[in-house]
Design a protein around this ligand. Structure first.
Ligand code: FAD
Ligand code: SF4
Ligand code: SF4
Length: 415
C-alpha cells in the first residue's frame, strides 16, 4: 500500500513529552499531535525548505508572488486598511475584527465551523484550540493567548466531524503547515484569517516575562507591545499598566522567546487570505480596545470576507511617515551589545514619548518592526542552523538584510 492510501492509520502522533521532528525549533503548531505527522517533512515550517515554503506556496494560494519593496515586507497584498469595529466587540483583544469576521462567516452560512483558540479552563493563558460551531463558542475565543498554540492538533477531529466548510484562524507557522496539507483535508471550502505574530514563547516562559515586567503579574489579562514603544498590560480590574520597551531586561528575557520564533520569517502571515494586526496603524493614544487595527487583504477570499464586516466597521486608509532605516540598525546593534541593565522608568517613558512623536509612524513603524526582527532572526539562524540556514531563510528576508548590509554592516556581526 502506498503512503497515499494508509498514512492515516499507520502514522504515529508524537506522544505527550515526546521529541518533535523539528526538535528545539518546533513551534508546537499541533500537526505532529495527529496522524498528519506523516506529512511533517513537507509541511513543517522548520524542516527542509523551512520558511522558504512561504514563497513557493504564495503563487498557489494567492495567484502570484510578492511584487515590490512593500510586499517584500507585508506579503502579497490586494488592499490594506486601518479598521475598527464600531461598536467594538467587548472582551476582544483589540476591537474584535477577527471575532467579527468569524461570526459573520458562520452567520452567513459560508462555513460550518471555525478553528480558533479558547483558553484552557484552568489557565487563561494556555491555548485550547477548538472547532467552534456556534457564535458563543467563537466569542469564547476572543483575546490573544500569548503562547505557542497547537492549532493543528484539531485536524484529526475535523476529519471525524465531517464539517466541510471551515474558517481557520491562526499565526504564520500554523498557516504554513495547514497550506501544505490542505489538499488532504477534503474540504469543500477553506478560509484562512491570520494574525501577525512575533516573539512568541512557551507557556512556562510567560510567567517569567510577566514577573519581570508587571507590578501585578497575577492579574494581567492581555498585553501588547504597542506603537508608543511601551508594553500595555490590561489587568482584570480594567486598569492598564504601561512599561517602556527600554525598561525591559532584554538579556534576562532571551529564553522567554522560543527558538522557533527566533527562526521565524513570517511575522506578516504570508499565506492567510486576510491578516489582522495593529502595528501598521499610527498610535492614537486610546486603549487598544478602541484603537484602529491593521487589515491586509491578500486575495479574492480575503476581499469577500472583508465585505461581510464593512457595515459594522469604521475603515480608513493606511499611512506611512518617517524613515526607519537608521533606527532599525541602532536597535540591531543595541541588541547585539545587550546587557542586563534597563533604563530607569522616567527616562524610558521620556524616550518612548519622544519616539512616538518623532519616530516612524504607521506602515513605517511596522516596517521598522519587520526589518529589525528579520535581521535579528537572520543573525540567529545563521549562528545556530549551520548549513541549513540558507535553505530555511526566504528570499524576501535575505533581500531585506541585503538592504542594510552596505559596507558589511550586518555580515561583520557574524564574523
Ligand atoms: P479577537 O477578536 O480578540 O480574536 C483573537 C483571535 O486570536 C481569536 O480568534 C483566537 O482564535 C486567536 N488566538 C488567540 N490566541 C492565539 C494563539 N496563541 N495562536 C493563534 N491564534 C490565537 N499584531 C501585531 O501587529 N504585532 C505583533 O507583534 C503581534 N503579535 C501577535 C502574537 C500572537 C501570538 C497573536 C495571536 C497575535 C499577535 N498580533 C500581533 C495580532 C494582534 O494581537 C491581534 O490578535 C489582532 O489585532 C486581532 O485582534 P482582535 O481584537 O481582532 O482579536
Ligand atoms: Fe511538527 Fe509543527 Fe513542531 Fe514542525 S512545528 S515539528 S510540524 S508540531
Ligand atoms: Fe509561529 Fe513565528 Fe509566531 Fe513563533 S513567531 S509562533 S514561529 S508565527
Amino acid at each position: 500500500m502506498s503512503m497515499t492510501d494508509d498514512w492515516r492509520t499507520k502514522s504515529q502522533p508524537i506522544p505527550p513529552g515526546g521529541r518533535y521532528p523539528a526538535g528545539d525549533y518546533c513551534s508546537h503548531c499541533g500537526l505532529c499531535d495527529t496522524y498528519y505527522v506523516a506529512h511533517v517533512k513537507d509541511a513543517c515550517a522548520f524542516l527542509g525548505d523551512g520558511m522558504q515554503k512561504v514563497e513557493t506556496l504564495e503563487p498557489q494560494v494567492h495567484g502570484r508572488s510578492r511584487k515590490d519593496n512593500l510586499e517584500r515586507r507585508f506579503g502579497v497584498c490586494t488592499a490594506m486598511h486601518t479598521v475598527k469595529m464600531d461598536p467594538p466587540v467587548a472582551g476582544a483583544q483589540w476591537t474584535g475584527v477577527v471575532t467579527s469576521l468569524a461570526i459573520a462567516l458562520l452567520e452567513n452560512d459560508w462555513v460550518d465551523g471555525v478553528i480558533c483558540v479558547q483558553s484552557d479552563p484552568d489557565d487563561r493563558f494556555k491555548p485550547k484550540p477548538v472547532i467552534a460551531t456556534t457564535v458563543e463558542e467563537i466569542m469564547a475565543a476572543r483575546g490573544v493567548k500569548p503562547t505557542l498554540s497547537p492549532n493543528l492538533n484539531i485536524l484529526a477531529l475535523l476529519e471525524e466531524s465531517n464539517l466541510k466548510r471551515i474558517l481557520f484562524c491562526g499565526v504564520g507557522c500554523q498557516v504554513q503547515a495547514l497550506r501544505s496539507v490542505e489538499h488532504h483535508l477534503n474540504l469543500e471550502q477553506l478560509y484562512v484569517i491570520g494574525t501577525h505574530c512575533v516573539d512568541n514563547g512557551k507557556r512556562e516562559g510567560l510567567d517569567k516575562f510577566l514577573e519581570t515586567t508587571s507590578d501585578s503579574p497575577e492579574t494581567v489579562k492581555h498585553y501588547e507591545f504597542m506603537q508608543d514603544y511601551q508594553v500595555h498590560l490590561k489587568h482584570t480590574d480594567g486598569h492598564t499598566e504601561k512599561v517602556p520597551y527600554f525598561c525591559l531586561p532584554t538579556k534576562e528575557l532571551n529564553n522567554v522567546i522560543a527558538p522557533s520564533c527566533y527562526s521565524c520569517f513570517d511575522y506578516m502571515n504570508g499565506l492567510a487570505d486576510l491578516v489582522v494586526g495593529y502595528m501598521g496603524v499610527p498610535y492614537q493614544n486610546v486603549p487598544m480596545t478602541e484603537h484602529y487595527q491593521q487589515v491586509t487583504i491578500r486575495n479574492k477570499k480575503g476581499v469577500q470576507m472583508f465585505e461581510l464586516i464593512k457595515p459594522k466597521a469604521s475603515i480608513e486608509s493606511v499611512e506611512m511617515e518617517g524613515d526607519c532605516r537608521n533606527f532599525v540598525l541602532q536597535t540591531v546593534f543595541q541588541e547585539e551589545r545587550a546587557s542586563n541593565s534597563r533604563l530607569p522608568k522616567f527616562i524610558g517613558k521620556w524616550l518612548a514619548a519622544a519616539l512616538t512623536k518623532f519616530g516612524p509612524q504607521g506602515l513605517e513603524f511596522a516596517k521598522y518592526s519587520i526589518d529589525y526582527h528579520t535581521i535579528r532572526n537572520y543573525l540567529f539562524v545563521k549562528r545556530h542552523w549551520g548549513t541549513k540556514a540558507d535553505q530555511h531563510i526566504p528570499g524576501y528576508s535575505k533581500a531585506i538584510v541585503k538592504e542594510y548590509d552596505q559596507n558589511d554592516k550586518i555580515s561583520r556581526l557574524l564574523r
